[in-house]
Ligand binder design. Sequence first.
Ligand SMILES: [Zn+2]
Length: 119
Amino acid sequence: MPPTNTAERLAEYEQRYRELAAELATIGLIQSGSVTRRYTRCGTPGCKCHADPPQPHGPYYQWTAKINGKTVTRRLTEREAELYQEWIANDRRLRRLIQQMRQVAAKAAELRLKQAASP
Ligand SMILES: [Zn+2]
């Protein structure tokens, strides 16, 4: 492979890498874990949650995450649940971006090594 070709490909990967890195900076707050929405039935006989058709209590929102090996849960309002879901989506996007950066970096690194090895 001619050296110019390697240099061009390397420049493309480096450009792509910089674009991904710039995208990283646009990501808002991040949060781990997940949000669940639940409906429940109580123990009170004759309550609407036992009616036919049943009208269960809720929705109740809860955030669950593993922090330092411990499962942490937190009750949320609907608005808080929306925020958490946004942050969790940001976190997924962040991890996807880093994965892409690793792939591009690996290709760029191979070309850099090739350049370094040539006289
Ligand atoms: Zn009930």
